[in-house]
Ligand binder design. Structure first.
Ligand code: ATP
Ligand code: MG
Length: 432
């Protein structure tokens, strides 16, 4: 997949910006807090409907405004001219509209599967360090990009869970009133609500069975790919394993019917507790991934370096799975990562890219391009008149480590530089 251009309106520190991209490598250079990550974040939003930094859409709106808009024009393997647009508004009411090829989509779920991106960013370490929600989100976004129906199941699950919890609260309230005022207790209504509860429980278990089976399959895939990567990065000294942790007592390797029955039994056994608490005590909304290196839980016993390597291996697994299952080359977003990686990890990361369009941020060009000897000049200050071609600079093969590593074919081998300065984007000319 290749993005041709992006339009940002009131997004973070951008008021209105249209950026045309190179189909190879796009490099964003700028000091801290100028808006480099904001551009990558906006691209990622189009693949996952969510920022990699926050779940709060309102934070993405430029201060003092009431909406943001992000639109990308992109091409895929099958379809050349596509566009995706997200508009989020807080006035007159909170709304989020999604357009694919300028046609309004009914649901957020419709966005998944249209455009694929993988981001490598400092926030990735949260995958190891933070709580289960981050790891659930990681696997959910990954699977949703490949199987939009899975996202629909997640939404259904949330709906059923809400209904079930609502009913549990009603039952709890009825039992409380029975204690306070036994005469007021309506036995028939209580029984009727219990029947309702069993209906919601069944729906919940049904959709959950699919979620569990899918998550288990993808955790296995991630674990296998990531294990391979980590072995290479660590010279075969570190063995990575990822285990899927779901509702206790469920055999995740069993067949569909068995998992469903195990879930139903579990809900029947815990029904009184659930009623007392007024919510559903167990379910896939509590799932987690356990990440082990050499049989040690990485979160508790891993060194900083081990955590970094493992997270890189997991992200590369994400990339490989998306590539394999969608048959598309996802757009790669590399935020600040090159400067944080040592030579070996950096090489391994770059060796995984082939023909992908890459977006990369840095504060100094030397971070990503150690042999760089040229100079960047604002495009509009240069003497080039050919506006269409001037920003696309073909680099000398022997000099360009990044391009060689990316293995870009001739004819497609161009790179574009942008200077990012206080929410403005200035395409650059490279002078050698
Ligand atoms: P670094 O090199 O430190 O990572 P960066 O160039 O990647 O910096 P970004 O994270 O892209 O920086 O942008 C940060 C800037 O965006 C900050 O100046 C911040 O104040 C501004 N910003 C973030 N959210 C908003 C918003 N909702 N409205 C206006 N400005 C915002
Ligand atoms: Mg940044």
């Amino acid at each position: 997949m290749k993005i041709k251009q992006i339009i940002l309106k009131n997004y973070r520190n951008y008021e209105q910006e249209k950026i045309k991209f190179a189909s190879g490598i796009n490099v964003f250079v700028g000091k801290n807090a100028q808006g480099k990550t904001n551009i990558l974040e906006a691209v990622y939003l189009c693949a996952s409907a969510r920022s990699h930094r926050t779940g709060k859409d309102a934070e993405l709106i430029k201060d003092g405004h009431s909406y943001y808009q992000v639109k990308i024009d992109f091409s895929g393997k099958e379809i050349d001219d596509q566009s995706l647009e997200i508009k989020y508004s807080t006035k007159p009411r909170i709304s989020r509209d999604i357009y694919y090829c300028d046609i309004k989509q009914n649901r957020i779920a419709d966005l998944f599967g249209l455009f694929h991106a993988v981001i490598f960013a400092p926030e990735d370490l949260m995958l190891i360090k933070d709580g289960p929600a981050v790891r659930r989100r990681f696997i959910d976004v990954l699977i949703s990009q490949i199987k939009p129906l899975y996202f629909r199941n997640l939404q259904l699950y949330q709906q059923y869970l809400k209904q079930r919890n609502h009913l549990l609260k009603t039952l709890r309230e009825m039992l409380y009133q029975k204690k306070v005022n036994p005469n007021s207790f309506n036995e028939d209504l209580y029984e009727f609500n219990l029947i309702q509860l069993s209906i919601w429980t069944e729906k919940l278990a049904e959709v959950q069975t699919d979620i569990i089976i899918t998550r288990q399959a993808y955790v296995n895939k991630i674990s296998n790919y990531a294990k391979e990567s980590l072995a290479i990065i660590s010279d075969q000294t570190e063995i990575l394993n990822i285990k899927y942790k779901t509702v206790s007592g469920i055999n995740v390797n069993a067949d569909k019917e068995t998992i469903f029955q195990q879930l139903i039994n579990r809900y029947i056994n815990q029904q009184d507790d659930d009623i007392q608490r007024g919510n559903t005590g167990s379910g896939t909304h509590r799932d987690d991934l356990e990440i082990y290196v050499n049989n040690n839980l990485l979160k508790e016993r891993g060194s900083q370096g081990q955590q970094r390597s493992a997270v890189l291996a997991i992200k590369l697994a994400e990339l490989k799975i998306i590539e394999k299952e969608t048959q598309e080359k996802p757009v790669l977003l590399l935020d600040d990562v090159m400067s944080e990686l040592d030579e070996k990890r950096r090489e391994h990361l770059l060796s995984a890219f082939e023909q992908n369009q890459v977006f990369i941020t840095c504060t100094e060009l030397a971070q990503i391009y150690p042999n760089f000897k040229g100079e960047l000049l604002d495009e509009n200050e240069s003497s080039f008149n050919d506006i269409e071609n001037s920003p696309m600079v073909s680099l000398n093969d022997s000099e360009n480590d990044l391009k060689n590593a990316l293995n870009l074919e001739k004819g497609n081998d161009y790179i574009k530089f942008y200077k990012i300065d206080k929410g403005t984007v200035k395409p650059q000319i490279l002078l050698q």
